[in-house]
Design a protein around this ligand. Structure first.
Ligand code: BTN
Length: 246
């Protein structure tokens, strides 16, 4: 992981740069990093605020020989790797909000966006976009983000060396990915659940087709969230925004 690192100053989005590399046949483990993104992208077509020199804006290309339905598992592996890297660098333990928001003190410190190119039965490439807010101060955020976003520097009280964090993250990701390829998803699922905040809690999941409220039971072996509503019906949620009930 990270044997091929392409680092640029300003890009539109590292996801787009990665797509070009995938098209040109980039090997598994290729990493694209930028100092600044002019059109950083988030989940559900949102923008991702990616100012210069403050965060880690990177995309990792993986080419697992797996069916497309396994793609969400790779997002969950990445979330665990980010949590472990932050833990190692700061001693703080972030929490994961399904599917892949990483929070410190209830505010978002990292987002993960997974995009895939696949045939009907095989993944060609997965591009995992990771945005880590590292050295921003509160006033660096636009007003609308201040109540919901944070950075490692804000929570840890000191600035961090971004290159060091990238190195630690790639080591963790490589290790978890190889556990996954050798032993399957189960060991990763246990780790993921140990960091997850939503499991066992009452939540509302807002999907594109409507809302589902109930108790989050856990994730399936494919990384799908299970919610039990008040009638005892279990819903499988593939993509949603989650709100924890107070
Ligand atoms: C989210 O909505 O939580 C996901 C945010 C993902 C942001 C990262 S930053 C690097 C990569 N390039 C992008 O344009 N987006 C991802």
């Amino acid at each position: 992981m990270g044997r091929h690192i392409h680092s640029e100053d300003v890009v539109d989005s590292t996801q787009k740069v990665a797509q070009r590399h995938v098209f040109e046949g980039a090997p598994e483990g290729t990493v694209l990093i930028a100092e600044e993104q002019l059109s950083g992208r988030g989940r559900m077509d949102r923008k991702w605020h990616s100012p210069k020199y403050t965060g880690i804006w990177m995309s990792v290309i993986l080419r697992p020989n797996l069916p497309p339905a396994k793609a969400p598992q790779l997002t969950l592996i990445t979330a665990v790797a980010v949590v472990q890297a932050i833990e190692e660098m700061t001693g703080l333990t972030p929490e994961i909000k399904w599917p892949n928001d990483i929070l410190l003190n209830g505010k978002k410190v990292t987002g993960i966006l997974t995009e895939m190119q696949a045939d009907a039965d095989r993944i060609q490439a997965i591009i995992i976009g990771i945005g880590i807010n590292v050295n921003q101060q509160e006033e660096d955020y636009p007003e609308e983000l201040q109540p919901i976003a944070t950075s490692l520097a804000i929570e840890y009280g000191k600035k961090l060396e971004r290159a060091e964090l990238i190195k630690v993250l790639l080591v963790k990701l490589e290790k978890l990915y190889s556990i996954y390829l050798d032993q399957g998803f189960y060991p990763i699922k246990l780790l993921w659940e140990s960091y997850a905040i939503s499991i066992g809690k009452n939540i509302t999941a807002r999907t594109i087709t409507g809302s589902i409220s109930g108790r989050a039971l856990g994730i399936t072996d494919d990384g799908v969230l299970m919610i039990e509503d008040s009638n005892g019906t279990i819903h499988h949620v593939y993509s949603a925004d989650i709100e924890l009930e107070k």
